[in-house]
Design a protein around this ligand. Structure first.
Ligand SMILES: N[C@@H](CCC(=O)N[C@@H](CS)C(=O)NCC(=O)O)C(=O)O
Length: 214
């Protein structure tokens, strides 16, 4: 039987707990019904030669399966989704749409959100950050409004839940220290709908477990 192993941090500070990007991979594996084990690492391991062979930048997550080593959470989720009807429909056009949403989550929505998170979590008191924040928040608001307009009355980005919704939800979660998502009720309801999935709940619990133990 194939053995899948996903790297994750043994411990991170509370502001990052529940946000670390192995969550995306754990969630995808749970949705796909694939069993995995963890490769828990500490900060000291990130720069080791052996870990850099798995992840050139020393980040989590990594994914190992039968000699295949992958890095980048989006690429890993795509790899898992391609073999799961839950995460990616079988119709070729619908698969292409699903991939478009995966890229949109990581390439259009995540960068402005990450900007705000980095200002708020890492340098809130810096003068440059105070100057930069209003425009950074405005950029996020515009994207969130556009995303909400697309959703309209629908439950998911396309007809059914896909890996696009999975990635989008993990991206929206990065704003949890703000009320930017909650200010848009349809978007907040979408996030909560996706997070209510049992697979998400299992993935989150699995990420949190080592933190409690450390
Ligand atoms: N684009 C990468 C980003 C991975 C990433 O930023 N991982 C963070 C944890 S969420 C990390 O390992 N940070 C430590 C570092 O960059 O040194 C992915 O999606 O896998």
């Amino acid at each position: 039987m194939t053995k899948i192993r996903v790297s994750a941090f043994r411990w991170v500070p509370p502001f990052a707990q529940g946000l670390v990007r192995d969550l995306r991979v754990r969630w995808a594996l749970e949705e796909a019904g694939l069993v995995y084990e963890e490769r828990l690492i500490g900060q000291g391991d990130q720069a080791s030669e052996s870990y850099r062979r798995l992840q050139p930048f020393g980040q989590v997550p990594t994914y190992e399966e039968d000699g295949l080593v992958l890095f980048e959470s989006g690429a890993i989720v795509l790899h898992i989704a391609e073999r799961s009807d839950v995460l990616m429909p079988s119709d070729p056009a619908a698969r292409a749409r699903c991939k478009a949403w995966m890229f949109a989550a990581l390439n259009t929505i995540e960068p402005p959100i990450q900007n705000v998170a980095e200002i708020d979590l890492f340098c809130p008191e810096e003068a440059w950050a105070k100057q930069r924040r209003p425009a950074a928040v405005q950029a996020v608001k515009e994207r969130l409004e556009q995303l909400s307009a697309w959703l309209g009355g629908r439950e998911y980005l396309e007809d059914h839940f896909t890996a696009g919704d999975l990635l989008m939800t993990t991206v929206l979660r990065i704003l949890r220290h703000t009320d930017l998502v909650a200010q848009i009720p349809a978007l907040e309801a979408y996030r909560l709908r996706c997070e209510a999935r049992p697979a998400f709940q299992r993935a989150l619990a699995a990420q949190m477990a080592p933190f409690a133990a450390s």
